[in-house]
Design a protein around this ligand. Structure first.
Ligand SMILES: Nc1ncnc2c1ncn2[C@@H]1O[C@H](COP(=O)(O)OP(=O)(O)OP(=O)(O)O)[C@@H](O)[C@H]1O
Ligand SMILES: [Mg+2]
Length: 226
């Protein structure tokens, strides 16, 4: 099996050198094979989102090695890190993070606009993606005109816009009722199974976490396979 992600002894501190310095990640070892569905659980404040930000190249570790798709991310400059991120990784968040004054279609087009995809292709792909997550009849709706489940579907379509290898989802069902959360989870399973996306999901819901191929538990800044 090909390792898509490998982390060794990852540490992350905030406010380094100041009196309020905090070590949040205290030596994380993690691997994710291509095509795996991984869940991460752990108490509030244990460092899950901090780890997700590093996994998603939104932040850098303080020390340790992070190899993504064979590339040690230490060797990437910041601008290479962001272009690598926009090509490889799609994000889904608890509170959707959609642009409020843009409709569903424009929200999905945005990552493609940054990736310099032509207007015609952006539109076609956005419509196709929104149809595939069952919100094809809400293309012109702004986020405030969508239900929570619909908003999260739009966010998942947006995460897929640039055809990422990996989808990182931080509490994607946290703001949804259990039935809507179930449907969103089924969508992740479908993307994993049918579209071979590698998925890493953070959740407080043990039942959902146990559906993953493997589960990690974050405790006091350390990660254990559960
Ligand atoms: N930029 C930052 N500067 C200083 N401290 C931070 C920063 N980001 C996070 N922290 C601290 O790191 C700790 C872990 O935060 P993190 O958001 O990773 O937790 P979490 O496991 O995702 O929690 P939750 O389940 O509530 O989302 C917290 O104590 C938080 O205050
Ligand atoms: Mg968090």
């Amino acid at each position: 099996m090909t390792k898509l992600i490998e982390m060794k002894a990852i540490k992350k501190s905030f406010n380094i050198g100041k009196e309020n310095e905090l070590e949040i990640l205290r030596g994380i070892d993690l691997y994710v094979n291509e095509g795996e569905f991984i869940s991460i659980v752990g108490q509030s404040g244990s460092g899950k989102s901090t780890l997700m930000n590093i996994l998603g190249l939104l932040d850098r570790q303080t020390s340790g090695e992070y190899i993504l798709n064979g590339v040690n991310i230490k060797t990437l400059k910041d601008k290479d890190l962001s272009s690598y991120r926009s090509k490889k990784i799609g994000f889904v968040f608890q509170n959707f993070n959609l642009i409020p004054r843009s409709n569903a279609q424009k929200n999905v087009e945005l990552p493609m606009l940054y990736a310099k995809v032509s207007a015609k292709e952006r539109k076609e792909r956005a419509v196709e993606l929104l149809k595939s997550v069952d919100v094809g009849d809400r293309l012109n709706h702004n986020p405030s005109e969508l239900s929570g489940g619909q908003k999260q579907r739009v966010a998942i379509a947006r995460a897929m816009a640039n055809d990422p290898d990996i989808i990182l989802a931080d509490e994607p069902t946290g703001a949804l009722d259990s039935e809507t959360g179930r449907q969103v989870m089924d969508l992740f399973h479908r993307l994993n199974r049918d579209e071979k996306r590698t998925i890493i999901i953070i959740t407080h819901n043990m039942d959902l976490a146990e559906e993953a191929d493997r589960m990690y538990n974050m405790k006091d800044g350390r990660l254990k396979e559960a």
